[in-house]
Design a protein around this ligand. Structure first.
Ligand SMILES: [Mg+2]
Length: 229
């Protein structure tokens, strides 16, 4: 029996890697330069937020309207600063268990392995490239697709289904993430969730958000089973 077509969508920050603050520092520099307000994101927990939602909050605090030209300028500056910040971020690391998980799912037939992240695609790719993970993911749903997390995951699912050559409503979609926002978006999409407590949230918080399966590492035997379905 052949495996049911499956699209896996991995979140980036807290799930695959941590940037050691490089992302936040780059965003801070962008806000300082574009709107003269480096502290616009002070005290905001960014976990699970899409880039556009982060910008919306920051602009609100800076007292500036959410205008597309300003948003695009902030994103461009952020991406420049991100490339600058990543190589000197001492806290950057690929999360333990990720490589084993990716090695495993790459062997599964009828399975498309992609990203489901609030990062704009160029930001996600920069973060992944620094850890040599970029080429593991051919496609994804990204923060440049939508401000709403469920919507960008839907785009990722559609792209994965297209790669598998089947209609999106026939694929099993699995969201892999580390925050209650990933869990909520997966549930709203009607997708499965494989939650991993490697980010800022512990297993209890993820279960409370509705995740039935929470793992310590993505290469735990049970986690690999959950991914494989
Ligand atoms: Mg995350």
């Amino acid at each position: 029996m052949s495996r049911r077509p499956t699209v896996l969508l991995y979140d980036v920050d807290g799930t695959l890697l941590v940037t050691g603050g490089a992302g936040r520092r780059a965003m801070r520099r962008a806000f300082a330069e574009v709107v003269g307000h480096p502290d616009a994101l002070e005290g905001i927990h960014l976990g699970g937020m899409t880039d556009r939602l982060i910008l919306r909050h920051g602009l609100e605090i800076a007292g500036r309207p959410f205008e597309e030209t300003v948003v695009q300028e902030l994103i461009e500056r952020y991406l420049q600063y991100l490339v600058d910040e990543l190589p000197r971020s001492e806290g950057y690391r690929v999360i333990p268990g990720v490589l084993g998980s990716l090695d495993h799912v790459s062997t599964l037939e009828n399975t498309a392995v992609g990203l489901g992240t609030g990062n704009v695609e160029r930001g996600a790719r920069a973060k992944l490239r620094h850890g040599a993970l970029d080429e593991r993911f051919a496609f994804g749903g990204f923060g440049c697709d939508a401000e709403d997390r469920t919507e960008l995951l839907r785009r990722g699912a559609e792209r994965g289904a297209a790669i598998l050559g089947v209609p999106v409503d026939e694929v099993r979609v699995v969201i892999v993430g580390d925050t209650p926002r990933d869990v909520a978006a997966a549930r709203e999409l009607g997708a499965e969730i494989v939650a991993v407590a490697t980010g800022a949230f512990d297993a209890g918080a993820l279960r409370e958000a509705g995740a039935e399966r929470v793992f310590r590492r993505l290469d735990d035997a049970e986690a690999l089973e959950a991914l494989a379905g």
